[in-house]
Design a protein around this ligand. Structure first.
Ligand code: C5P
Length: 236
């Protein structure tokens, strides 16, 4: 799978989601991300329905449990039809390996499995005072990325600003899936450190995850096409 733009479908239910996707019926079918809000409200059925419409899916459920439970959950998610699934690297190497095992089909094929390193909502103070990790957060992110690579995962979720360092530490083929994307003139919302699609391309991001700049745009298909143009350098 090459580089792509992934639209974050952060909608509360199936109806709003499908209405939003109706706008993309004619042209390129966007790669989409289904997170906890939509999945917990609309269940596996919404994944199947979106898949039937021809979209590829990143099912962002951030598994984090004992290895045996994660292995079984990864197999279920694989069968629901996700192209990318994810786990928390904080669950440890055995848990990450179990996720890859669980996601692997009898013929050896499997969805892409990536890890969340440290949540962007965790700052240095929380890391030290609550999680009792006394190391600089950048170091922790890279160390978790290396753990993920050694456990056989395909990449991590990170900021485009970290993509080059992650590629340096884990190899160019290790995928960087990067949220925090905004058009230069757009609203930042609650995202603090933002990057434009063109900057993310320069930084070496493999997939950009874009939510509100597309979902809340006056013309979502035009905003999506702009992301494709600026990130991939091609027409949608
Ligand atoms: O609307 P916006 O473009 O900010 O959406 C970004 C998406 O990426 C959301 O679904 C958000 O949960 C997700 N995300 C993020 N930062 C992370 C991990 C995931 O913004 N570190």
């Amino acid at each position: 799978m090459g580089k792509d733009v992934i639209i974050a479908l952060d909608f509360p239910g199936a109806e709003e989601t499908l209405r939003f996707l109706d706008q993309f019926q004619g042209g390129r079918k966007p790669f989409v991300k289904i997170g906890m809000e939509l999945y917990y409200s609309a269940g596996p059925e919404i994944v199947r329905r979106i898949r039937e419409r021809g979209h590829r899916i990143f099912l962002d459920l951030k598994l984090h449990d004992i290895p045996n439970t994660v292995k079984k959950a990864a197999a279920v998610i694989r069968d629901i039809g996700a192209d990318i699934i994810n786990v928390h690297a904080a669950g440890g190497s055995a848990m990450m390996k179990a996720a890859v095992e669980g996601a692997t089909r009898a013929d050896g094929s499997r969805p892409i499995v990536i890890a969340v390193t440290q949540l962007t909502s965790t700052d240095q103070e929380t890391l030290e005072k609550e999680l009792l990790i006394g190391r600089p957060i950048d170091e922790v992110v890279i160390a978790y990325a290396e753990n993920a690579r050694r456990a056989g995962l395909d990449g991590i979720v990170c900021s485009p600003r970290e993509a080059a360092k992650v590629h340096e530490a884990c190899g160019a083929g290790f995928l960087t899936v990067t949220p925090g994307i905004r058009f230069p003139e757009g609203e930042r919302g609650d995202q603090k450190r933002v990057t434009s699609p063109a900057e993310a391309a320069k930084a070496g991001s493999d997939y950009i995850v874009v939510g509100r700049p597309i979902t809340a745009a006056a013309d979502p298909t035009a905003a999506y096409e702009r992301c494709i143009r600026e990130f991939l350098g091609e027409e949608a």
